[in-house]
Design a protein around this ligand. Structure first.
Ligand code: SME
Length: 139
């Protein structure tokens, strides 16, 4: 729909702003709950194309956040056994859930080519971003 185009344009602009402004953010994208299926679907993103446009709940870092409803900060992706690799250049990942009326509707996913780059400041900042995205989804 036209409204969805406008929403996706805004989400893409958020990805572009984050990726260009913050040096340790190298892939920035959104995944959303795919209808009533127990899977995530890739939304707007910036960075290398990924084969993983559908991620079943429970699989990888993203799929785990879909179930846990909690931030997931991965200092070293090589140390994770439930991890879906998108690019061999990625060293670390952060995933923050997006809640709409208390329901986990999706997430922002950020990959870094820098080892162990994410701090609590990233978590607080990205929670703020996700709250803004939640308001966009409600509108
Ligand atoms: N690494 C993620 C998959 C998505 S890509 O990073 C774009 C995961 O383990 O869920």
């Amino acid at each position: 729909s036209q409204q969805n185009t406008a929403l996706n344009d805004k989400l893409l602009a958020i990805c572009q702003l984050l990726e260009t402004t913050i040096p340790h953010y190298n892939w920035v994208g959104f995944y959303f709950k795919n209808g009533d299926k127990n899977e995530l679907k890739l939304g707007p993103y910036v960075g290398e194309p990924t084969d993983h446009d559908i991620i079943p709940f429970g699989k990888g870092i993203c799929g785990q956040v879909a179930i846990s409803n909690k931030n997931f900060v991965v200092a070293d992706v090589a140390a994770q056994d439930n991890y879906i690799a998108c690019s061999i250049t990625v060293k670390a990942e952060i995933v923050i859930p997006i809640f709409v009326h208390g329901e986990n509707m999706g997430q922002i996913d950020i990959d870094s080519n820098t080892p162990d780059p994410f701090t609590e400041a990233d978590e607080r900042f990205l929670e703020f971003v996700c709250a803004k995205v939640s308001a966009l989804l409600e509108a």
